[in-house]
Ligand binder design. Structure first.
Ligand code: ZN
Length: 602
């Protein structure tokens, strides 16, 4: 056996070389390159977003040197390079094009820079466990004097908080799990259960009520920390947490990381000074905050075995995204009401919306949430016009599965157990020590036994129907025990349905999605067709609903539509009004109210 010495650090440096050309320049310095020739790879996907994105396509130029001399760098496949053997320190320098204003990749212009390590840092094959140092350098020019840096990476000695300089990661996995924002962001902070949480807000937000935002975020974070670590010892799983929030005119998204999250939101979602009411938009934003923060436990530490560790060159298949995304989607809204940020009535509205959303697509009768999870790479993340007919979302259906399971456990154990107990058991057995030397994920077939052990219930029927089946969940019956009535809202005007979702195309109206079994499909219309007229009256982007309101279900109309440049005329029999809304109402029955209180903590 050979004595192992501590691996020497991999050193990275990244500089916004040309904000105008959206180019970062990155160098990676390897002091002990593999003797046979060092290989480097860039991830093909970013954890949390299950689609192969091939980030290496944004590497514009790349070269290597050793002791000041050029070293040949062979490209082996779409994201792998191999340097010729060399003795001494190997330096690879490359430019990355960064013009993707999302939470998933990298962006750079003269207003700010943002990057995920998966887009910019090459993996040094065989040295993934070596510690990493990264010099984050200020772009040259007077215009960037006021820029600062926000990241969950730890600043090295000599680097002040929020400043450019040297940052540290324990290994490559932490390096690429710690996105970096640079620019003139607004910075705020709060403590949740004793741990500092920072918020960096990029982009202009006039009259932002930062105090209210921080106050509400703190409540949500503390409620979640206490869910997983109840009692006096409530401790967050990280020593510091950073919210990186990019604000834009219109946008919504988030990506979870172990001690930070990148969020994208409309500035109009954020609270305005002097306005105390809870707008739907702000509630939606807090739901996003709650969702990504919940992932700190559920998927960043409690993980499927398929992600422990991730293999970032190819798809990583798991049938469990309903647990990692669906359950997170259940708790994101639940935590808003439990933390007191929203009222129970607002929570019911959110649940009713999810129910309506799931029940609208017939894909739910064809694909299980386990299958939806497995095929996320090619189906959920690559949806086409047929998606509502073919797939179910492991987010929305998954959140209803969690709701149904929570209410089932509460009912069958007479309130002694709940889904919270299952989340805590997952946390204690898999999550708590994940970054403390026990990186074990949960095997696919270990989930049901664990749920059964913790709840003390036989859940085989539940798993067969809710997870591995397509039958609709008995939500109305389960909610009834909580004194809640779930019912469809019949459209008031009785407008018959076309059986299609439409989209504006200038002044014209096109069919975006044609629903299975609907009137449009029976009439031979397809997604992409442009509606021209109904019974000889012109259809425009704005008048379809009004036109349809003059008819009754079962009426036969003549539709003119263009498919590409060919005009079609077809008879169409209008369908029954579509149920697009559900409602949940509360009874005053005492025992049910007490059960609700225990569930919602309100
Ligand atoms: Zn998520």
């Amino acid at each position: 056996m050979k004595a192992m010495s501590a691996p020497s650090a991999i050193r990275y440096a990244i500089v916004p070389k040309s904000p105008a050309a959206h180019l970062f320049e990155v160098t990676v310095t390897v002091s002990n390159p593999a003797p046979g020739g060092q290989r480097f790879t860039l991830p093909a996907w970013i954890p949390g977003s299950y689609m192969v994105r091939e980030f290496a396509r944004n590497i514009v130029t790349i070269g290597a040197t050793c002791r000041g001399r050029k070293v040949a760098l062979d490209k082996l496949d779409k994201h792998t390079w191999q340097a010729a053997p060399c003795k001494g320190t190997l330096i690879v320098t490359y430019e990355v094009y960064a013009w993707d204003l999302s939470v998933r990749a990298a962006h750079l212009d003269d207003t700010h820079g943002f990057f995920n390590g998966t887009s910019v840092f090459l993996r040094v094959e065989g040295q993934e466990h070596a510690p990493c140092e990264v010099d984050i350098l200020r772009p040259r020019g007077a215009a960037f004097k006021a820029w600062r840096v926000a990241t969950a990476l730890a600043p090295a000695d000599g680097t002040a908080a929020l400043d450019f300089g040297r940052y540290l990661a324990v290994d490559y996995d932490e390096l690429i799990d710690s996105p970096v924002e640079m620019g003139t962001f607004v910075h705020g902070a709060f403590k949740a259960c004793g741990v500092t949480h920072e918020v960096a807000i990029t982009g202009p937000v006039p009259n932002l009520d930062l105090e209210r935002l921080l106050r509400d975020m703190k409540k949500i974070c503390e409620a979640q920390i206490r869910l997983f670590e109840p009692g006096a010892r409530a401790r967050a799983p990280m020593s510091r947490y950073v919210f990186l929030l990019m604000t834009v005119g219109d946008g919504y998204g988030g990506l979870e990381h172990r001690a930070s999250t990148a969020l994208l939101a409309s500035r109009n979602d954020l609270p305005v000074q002097g306005q105390a009411r809870m707008s739907d938009a702000y509630r939606g934003f807090l739901g996003l905050v709650s969702h990504e923060y919940f992932h700190t436990w559920n998927v960043k530490r409690i993980k499927p075995a398929a992600f422990a560790p991730y293999t970032l060159s190819v798809e990583n298949y798991t049938r469990l995204l309903w647990l990692f995304e669906g359950f997170t989607s259940y708790y994101d809204d639940l935590m808003l009401v439990r933390s007191g940020v929203i009222e129970p009535s607002a929570y019911y509205e959110l649940v009713a919306k999810t129910v309506a959303n799931v029940l609208r697509g017939s894909g739910r009768l064809k694909q299980t949430v386990a299958e939806s999870s497995f095929d996320a790479w090619t189906k959920y993340y690559r949806q086409d016009e047929n998606a509502p007919n073919a797939i179910v979302s492991y987010y929305t259906k998954g959140s209803l599965v969690a709701l149904a399971l929570d209410l089932t456990i509460r009912a069958q154990t007479r309130g002694q157990k709940s889904l919270d107990d299952i989340m805590r058991a997952l946390w204690q057995r898999y999550g708590r020590d994940f970054y403390r030397g026990k990186p074990i994920g949960i095997e696919e077939d270990a989930v049901q036994p664990l749920f059964e052990e913790v709840s003390g219930l036989d859940l085989s029927e539940f798993f067969a129907t809710a997870i591995n089946g397509t039958r609709d969940l008995p939500l109305a019956a389960l909610l009834a025990r909580m004194g809640l009535t779930l019912e469809p809202v019949t459209p008031q005007n009785g407008r018959p349905a076309l059986g299609a979702k439409t989209t504006k195309r200038g002044d014209e109206l096109a069919l975006a999605q044609v629903l299975d079994g609907g009137a449009a499909q029976a009439a031979g219309l397809s997604a992409g067709d442009t509606l021209v007229a109904i019974d000889g009256l012109r259809v425009t982007a704005g008048n379809l609903d009004k036109l349809l309101e003059r008819y009754r279900p079962g009426d036969r109309v003549t539709v003119h539509a263009f498919r590409r440049d060919e005009l079609r005329e077809t008879p169409l029999t209008l369908g029954a009004p579509e149920i697009t809304q559900y409602r949940i109402t509360e009874s005053r029955e005492r025992a049910a109210a007490q059960r609700r209180e225990k569930w919602l903590g309100a």
